[in-house]
Design a binder for this molecule. Structure first.
Ligand SMILES: [Zn+2]
Length: 385
């Protein structure tokens, strides 16, 4: 009898737990909702829920070996709510200034930017109070549409599918993630394109995508001749630890990879530079483009008298941008061999014009892709002669 009562009680408990809502978990939980960061690309956050139900989320950065430049305070978190509600969340940057407009998504794939009116900054711009509505279930908030390492690898695989490219693991990151590159096309010359050295810079990634699509998508005689003549070397995610770890700018070793192309202290830059040199071999590298994002669309290029046999491509690239883009980029010409950028390395080691292509943080994906496509057109038109 006692045993039967115990079994009945256990059954009742089990039935009860089946009916209960799923347990909320995260970095802070209260009043039927929770904030969590259990996904690739999440920001480095802690949080508290105030007595009035509003949330304060600290926005932290990765430990940096040297004092940082160009702070990119990245945020990405997820709200799980049992009910529909309005959420007020304050992003607390301590001494850094708010930079990225918040995007919202209910599936992590489709995003819309919150209206300006939903964001209020304090006078120092070190706290951003954002207001948004959530439905029951999960809502993502992030500083740009979320794009973990897997996303640009999958995109690149799909874009290159059937085009005769080889996927290569050219090394491992500091945390052991595979470093993946793609190589294809023919011949006697070569080009290089990379993006996402700096994790949040996804508008640069949009331009990279426009570039790859146009380079592979054109099927006129010039494009076919270009691909037959050029080996195409692509590195879509050279900093996977930084991207998936929600870093602002650095890799897991606390180093800005785009300042490490002369000292080569990090496995990511050592492996990528070695792989590019191996793939280029004896070929003439006619251009190396590195796609980034910043507060305006701007091209950083070497001086027009720099010692590269293909330096005259730069005016042709500028002419194409000026002719086809509604808002052509500014240009800035300089070369610093000690700067540690991929751009400087390209000129020093490959004798190629290294070009840092910077897209405005808030440029639309369509405009970013148009710039990348124009860069591909300029290469095809100039070099497929
Ligand atoms: Zn950058």
């Amino acid at each position: 009898m006692k045993r039967a009562v115990l079994i009945a009680a256990m059954f009742a408990l089990g039935a009860c737990s089946l009916l209960a809502p799923p347990a909320l978990h995260g970095i802070c939980t209260a009043q039927g909702f929770a904030i969590d960061v259990d996904f690739a690309g999440a920001g480095r956050h802690d949080c508290v829920i105030a007595a009035d139900g509003s949330v304060v989320i600290s926005v932290d950065h990765e430990p940096a070996v040297v004092e940082g430049i160009n702070p990119s305070p990245w945020f990405a978190f997820r709200v799980t709510s049992e009910t529909a509600r309005s959420v007020v969340a304050t992003l607390d940057y301590t001494d850094y200034k708010h930079r990225y407009r918040p995007y919202i998504s209910t599936d992590g794939l489709h995003w819309s930017v919150l209206p300006e009116s939903a964001v209020q900054l304090n006078e120092r711009q070190t706290r951003a109070r954002i207001a948004f509505d959530v439905k029951p279930g999960v809502t993502w908030i992030a500083g740009q549409p979320l794009s973990p390492a897997r996303d640009n690898l999958d995109w690149t695989r799909r874009a290159l599918s059937g085009a005769g490219f080889t996927e290569v693991e050219y090394g491992r990151s500091l945390e052991g993630r595979p470093l993946i590159g793609f190589v294809g096309g023919g011949g006697i010359d070569a080009i290089v394109a990379i993006t996402r050295q700096h994790p949040p810079e996804t508008t640069g990634q949009d331009a990279y995508r426009g570039f790859v699509e146009r380079l592979l998508g054109r099927n006129d005689a010039k494009a076919i001749a270009f691909r037959a003549r050029h080996r195409i070397i692509l590195a879509p995610i050279p900093n996977p630890d930084g991207v998936d770890g929600g870093h602002w700018r650095l890799n897991a070793g606390g180093v800005d990879l785009n300042r490490d192309w002369s000292a080569f202290t990090q496995p990511e830059t050592r492996a990528l530079s070695a792989w590019i040199r191996e793939q280029a071999g004896d070929r003439r590298v006619v251009s190396m483009m590195d796609f980034h994002s910043t507060d305006k669309t701007v091209i950083y290029a070497p001086p027009l008298d720099a010692p590269s046999p293909t330096i005259a491509f730069l005016p042709a690239l500028k002419e194409t941008f000026d002719r086809v883009l509604t808002a052509p980029p500014e240009w800035s010409y300089a070369h610093n061999p000690e700067g540690g950028t991929s751009k400087g390395w390209a000129l020093e080691v490959l004798r190629a014009p290294g070009i840092t292509v910077e897209l405005w943080d808030q440029i639309s994906p369509q405009d970013a892709r148009a710039l990348g496509a124009a860069a591909a057109d300029a290469l095809i038109e100039y070099f497929a002669k």
